[in-house]
Design a protein around this ligand. Structure first.
Ligand SMILES: Nc1ncnc2c1ncn2[C@@H]1O[C@H](COP(=O)(O)OP(=O)(O)OP(=O)(O)O)[C@@H](O)[C@H]1O
Ligand code: SF4
Ligand SMILES: [Mg+2]
Length: 388
């Protein structure tokens, strides 16, 4: 339904020292397909580019380079009006924090009616009926329509945000960490609601999280992102049973499931910066298998078959970018060596990326125009120097 081909997103920021400008490589050569009706789980640590990818999939931002296609047609070559009407009504989005995603001055009924008015859906009476229907769909009583978002609990607000995303009967919902700003007690409710709605309405969903253990049970397919690159992708069961990329292996080991006994992999080495990504494989500064070969070029995709053999002859369902893949056979050293930084992943453990610097480069220095019509268009710097 939506396809990204070799998508790059760079944000220009103010540099330091001699260099007046620098670029944050938020996404690099990302290729990904979202198929109709499936749940695609997108995982990776903080700052790896998950929200940027969500903005690509929802047309909220234009890529610096590469293409986004919707039902086979280039989204950004579509006339603007068609893009708004056809694409805009086919894809709904739910953001992480419902308290900032909803206009605090608009009553809920108005918030839900807004997309119907903008897209001129139905008559006045039909729009009113649709608002009631939407509230019912997400389990909120009709009188919620008169409340301001500030009068609702976090869970109720996220239900309103989900209802708004569903207003135009989309075929796909992109949910960017939809439960991480909520109380633990209501997370499961909101998650269950999304899963139930997906089945009831035959929706496709992109579910974004830093928690691979949550995503693995929800998703049909998984894509793992590291420093702006999709490093592994495939059927969720296959990726989690036999992760090929060491980073996926480390993510899974950081929150062992109750069913499987895995040793926790402690990642060591410097966390690279998105302004100066390492040459070759972006994970090599923390990877226990890194050697010289890993520093030359970003590894080409290996395709798996039979549960993840990197034979290059496979069905293409499971693919990864690593020259020394795990394939479920080799064991990573746990806990030893140069250990300092623990891998970020599930739950509430802080991410090394957020501790060490993807974030700080962004705030006041960001110069990227966020409007879809005004992308940053510099040529990619594929010769970025290593951080080591
Ligand atoms: N407007 C911007 N200007 C400059 N840099 C940005 C901008 N938006 C994002 N970035 C940078 O791009 C990279 C990817 O950011 P993104 O928000 O997509 O990550 P994320 O995986 O969603 O992180 P989190 O899990 O913390 O939400 C980060 O290094 C971030 O600092
Ligand atoms: S390519 Fe090399 S550094 Fe990258 S994940 Fe594979 S083994 Fe590790
Ligand atoms: Mg994000």
């Amino acid at each position: 339904m939506i396809r990204l081909d070799q998508v790059h997103v760079r944000h220009r920021i103010r540099g330091t020292g001699f260099f007046r400008h620098a670029a944050v490589h938020a996404l690099t050569a990302a290729s990904l397909e979202v198929r109709r009706g499936e749940i695609l789980g997108l995982v990776g640590e903080s700052g790896c580019g998950k929200s940027t990818l969500a903005r690509m999939l929802t047309g909220l931002q234009r890529p610096t380079e590469g293409s986004v296609s919707f039902r086979g047609e280039d989204l950004w070559n579509m006339p603007r009006a068609r893009r708004r009407v056809e694409f805009g009504s086919s894809v709904g989005v739910v953001f992480q924090d419902p308290s900032t995603a909803l206009n605090p001055r608009m009553p809920v009924g108005r918030i839900l009616r807004d997309p119907l008015d903008v897209h001129r859906r139905g008559t006045e009476a039909e729009r009113t009926a649709r608002v009631e229907e939407l509230l019912d769909l997400v389990g909120l009583p009709p009188h919620t329509a008169r409340s301001l978002p500030g009068r609702l609990s976090g869970g109720q607000r996220q239900r309103v945000a989900i209802a708004r995303a569903l207003a135009l009967e989309p075929q796909l919902i992109v949910a960017d960490e939809p439960t991480s700003a909520l109380d633990v007690s209501v997370r499961a409710q909101v998650l269950n609601l999304l899963v139930e709605l997906r089945e009831r309405l035959d929706l496709g969903m992109v579910f974004i999280s830093h928690d691979i253990q949550t995503v693995r049970y929800l998703a049909d397919r998984l894509a793992v992102l590291y420093l702006g690159r999709v490093v592994e992708e495939g059927p969720a069961a296959r990726v989690t049973a036999a992760p090929a990329h060491p980073y996926t292996q480390a993510l899974l080991s950081a929150t062992p499931s109750l069913l499987e006994k895995t040793e926790r992999i402690i990642l060591t080495g410097p966390v690279p910066s998105a302004t100066n990504p390492p040459s070759g494989c972006p994970f090599r500064t923390r990877c226990w298998k890194a050697d010289e070969e890993c520093a030359t070029v970003f590894p080409a995709a290996s395709l798996g078959a039979d549960g993840g053999e990197g034979d290059g002859q496979g069905d293409g369902e499971h693919r990864w970018h690593c020259v020394h893949p795990e394939n479920g056979a080799e064991q990573a050293p746990a806990g030893g060596g140069r250990a300092r930084t623990e891998v970020s992943s599930a739950g509430s453990t802080p991410s090394p990326a957020s501790e060490s610097g993807h974030g700080p480069e962004t705030p006041e220095t960001a110069e990227t125009p966020e409007t879809p019509e005004n992308p940053e268009t510099e040529t990619p710097d594929t010769s970025a120097r290593s951080t080591q």
